[in-house]
Design a protein around this ligand. Sequence first.
Ligand code: A2P
Length: 291
Amino acid sequence: MIQKEGKMEKFKLLNDVEMPVVGFGTWQIEDGEVVINAVSDAIELGYTHIDTAAIYKNELGVGKGIKKGLEKTGLKREDLFITTKVWNDDQGYESTLKAFETSLKKLDLDYVDLYLIHWPLTKEFGEEQWKEKVSETWRAMEEIYLSGKTKAIGVCNFLVEHLEELFENCKIKPMVNQIELHPGHNQEETVKFSQKHNIIVQAWSPLGSGRVLENKLLNEISEKYNKSTAQICLKWLLQQNIVVLPKSINKNRIESNIQLFDFEIKKEDMEKITNMEPTGFSGCCPSTSKF
Ligand code: A2P
C-alpha cells in the first residue's frame, strides 16, 4: 500500500489516486497572515498535502499560502494534494454542489484532490432524515467526482453505522474516512471496518490537540527512540497505515512533525501505546454531537 518516494511516502486510494501519508492540518489556524505563512512554511519544509475545510473559515488564506509555497519552492499545483470539506449546513444535493464551488473559489483552485463530508449529522436530523440527507449529499459528491473537479471523495467522522448506511445507497464508495485519532483514543472498530473496506483512514487531531504530549508512557518511549513525543504519536498512527494531519503554526514544530521516516517503533512499544489508558478526546461524538 505504501510507496516510497524520497522521504515522503504515499497511500493509494481505491481509485489509484496517491495521497501523501503526512498532511498539514489547518484546523484552528486563523485566516490571514497566520495561515498564509503556516501553509507556505509547510510546503517549503516538504509537506505536499494540505487539509482544510469550509468551517475552518481559512480557505482564503490557505489558498494564498499554497500560492506562496509554490512560488517559494518551484513546485507545481499538481505536486500538491489539497483537501476541503462540506459543512453540515450545506449538506443536501444542490447546497453541496454550491458549497463545493464556493470552496474552490476561496482556495482559488481549479480542482481539489479530496472532497469530504465533514460530519454524519445523525442527531440533528433524526434517524430517517439523516439517511436521506447524507444520501443526497453523497449524490452531489459523486457528481463532483465524475466532473473531475475533485480527484477523490470521502467522509469524516463516519462510524461503522454511518458507513454501512452510506454503502446502501452509493454508486461510488468513499475513498477516505477522516476521524479523530491519537494515542489513548484508538477508535479501533471504525479503523478496522474502514480498512477492511479499503477506505484510507486519516487522523485528525493526531496529537490530541496537544493533550497527550505530557503522557508519561509516551514521554518514556520518546526518550528511548530519541524522538519527540509528537513524532512518536504520529509514527504510531503511520505504522497502522493511517494518514496523519498534524497542525502547528510554529516553524520548528511544523518541520519536526514531518521527520518521521528514519525510525520505526518496535512491536512491543506499538502495543504499549495501543493499550495505554484513554486520554480523552475533543468531545465531538459523531453519533451525538449537534452542530
Ligand atoms: P502550535 O500550533 O503552537 O505548534 P493536533 O494536530 O492534534 O490538533 O495538535 C495541535 C496542537 O499541538 C497545537 O496546539 C500545536 O501548537 C501543538 N503542536 C503541534 N506540533 C507539536 C509538537 N511537535 N510539539 C508540541 N506541540 C505541538
